[in-house]
Design a protein around this ligand. Structure first.
Ligand SMILES: Cc1cc2nc3c(=O)[nH]c(=O)nc-3n(C[C@H](O)[C@H](O)[C@H](O)COP(=O)(O)OP(=O)(O)OC[C@H]3O[C@@H](n4cnc5c(N)ncnc54)[C@H](O)[C@@H]3O)c2cc1C
Length: 315
């Protein structure tokens, strides 16, 4: 596995770690299938990951309270259809099964596990292009020299189009910046995630509170802005007035791999037989990760998929 920077330090580090779409009823079935499968796989695997790696990803099932405005009828119908528990509460809808993880810890734990299983991670190693022979990649040109493998998977998030170059075909993935604020309380000021109008508050065990996030189409620009800081902070104060007397302890941004309809591309490349793509998970890449990993493994091994994956192909 190679990364041009430090592994797990881009979008997967920057996110909030909510293991659900914000308003799951707003998304097509191609998204729901992946987020639902991902959600279940987290519940089954986080204990084992903690035990084997010694790093606690802080998996918590505290639930999420979705506050108006949203269509309560549509939301409840969606929950019923997908057998997702929900309870009407404070004029909103509480989803008790929604969990979250602490991203920097999750990526550290995963990294350790990959290395324990014999995986090699090359950091500061940039993929620069492919050498193609007879419809196959024969070598990957990278900043540390040429590399060879039987199969290659592009998982470069917002940068996937750049990595694929002329082989990107009609891939529609672009960076969408998200800014986040972090506050620190002595103890968690709320028990569960609060969500209103795309803005959310996520409590961490040690009293840290995340406030996110913006959705900005500004190219590969990771700068944070005063405007976003004020807007997130002011909106958050409406949900949690105690934030008026506090100052953020950290402000950062990440570049999501934005895709139409939030539907990722997970497939074998139509022209190069040993090239695969797993990218474009946009706002829910952490939630979808276990499902995507299963699907990619099934593709590489020729195993049966959990459902029809033709809707995630590149044309
Ligand atoms: C503010 C914010 C909040 C979010 N909140 C959530 C949430 O609550 N729940 C959720 O499920 N998702 C959330 N997300 C989305 C989630 O973080 C992403 O969908 C996911 O992390 C994408 O993972 P990725 O591996 O595709 O991309 P990344 O994590 O960005 O990884 C791509 C990697 O490719 C490397 N790379 C790029 N070009 C090259 C090259 N040429 N050679 C070698 N390496 C290269 C990069 O260095 C990087 O490490 C959030 C994102 C943001 C920004």
């Amino acid at each position: 596995m190679l990364d041009k920077g430090a592994v797990g330090a881009e979008s997967s580090w920057a996110g909030g770690g909510i293991l659900s779409p914000l308003c799951p009823w707003d998304y097509p079935e191609q998204v729901t299938r992946l987020t639902e499968l991902g959600r279940k796989r987290y519940a089954d695997s986080m204990g084992e990951l903690y035990e084997s790696s010694g790093i606690d990803p802080e998996f918590e099932t505290g639930g999420m309270l979705v506050l108006p405005p949203f269509d309560l009828h549509v939301a409840m119908k969606w929950c019923e259809t997908h057998q997702v528990e929900c309870v009407e509460q404070h004029g909103g809808l509480f989803l008790p099964e929604v969990a979250h993880v602490r991203n920097p810890r999750l990526v550290q734990a995963l990294r350790k596990r990959v290395e324990m299983l014999g995986g090699r991670i090359l950091e500061g190693c940039e993929a620069l292009g492919f050498e193609v022979r007879s419809g196959k990649i024969s070598r990957l040109m990278a900043s540390g020299g040429a590399l060879q493998a039987d199969q290659y998977i592009v998982t470069a998030g917002a940068w996937s189009k750049q990595v694929l170059g002329e082989y990107a075909l009609n891939l529609e993935i672009k960076p969408i910046r998200g800014q986040m604020l972090l506050f620190k309380f002595d103890a968690p000021p709320i028990k569960h995630i609060l969500l209103q109008d795309g803005m959310y508050l996520i409590p961490r065990r040690d009293g840290h509170l995340l406030v996110g996030s913006t959705l900005e189409d500004v190219g590969f620009d990771k700068q944070v802005t005063e405007e976003a800081k004020l807007s997130l902070w002011q909106h958050a104060q409406i949900l949690l007035p105690a934030l008026r007397d506090m100052r953020p302890v950290r402000h950062w941004s990440g570049l999501r791999p934005g895709s139409p309809g939030n539907v990722p591309v997970m497939c074998r490349h139509p022209h190069l037989e040993n090239l695969y793509i797993n990218s474009g998970h946009f706002r829910y890449g952490v939630t979808m990760a276990p499902a995507s990993a299963d699907i990619m493994l099934n593709l590489l091994e020729g195993w049966q998929q959990p459902f029809d994956i033709s809707e995630y192909r590149l044309i």
